[in-house]
Write a protein that binds this ligand. Structure first.
Ligand SMILES: [Zn+2]
Length: 83
């Protein structure tokens, strides 16, 4: 028996990000300098807007998650911001 505990219903955000990428649900719409605009379709079909705002130096996503969500993690793995 494995000592590893699995919590059903709670999927690791990094794992979910990988799944979003491999199923083609992230669309990068615009990259202009450090401005990044993208959209991502969530599990229940709604589309979230996300990206990086260089004026505010912040990443954002319109989904209800307050922490670094899987959508943003998916975007981070395909984009880079110059610092
Ligand atoms: Zn999100």
């Amino acid at each position: 028996m494995s000592a590893e505990t699995k919590r059903p219903g709670r999927v690791n955000a990094a794992e979910k990000a990988k799944r979003l990428l491999t199923s083609g649900r992230l669309r990068v719409l615009q990259v202009e300098g450090n401005l990044i605009v993208a959209e991502c379709r969530g599990d229940s079909g709604e589309v979230y807007q996300l990206g990086y705002q260089p004026d505010f130096e912040r990443w954002g996503c319109t989904c209800p998650a307050r922490t670094a969500c899987s959508h943003m993690q998916a975007l981070w793995s395909v984009t880079a911001v110059e610092r």
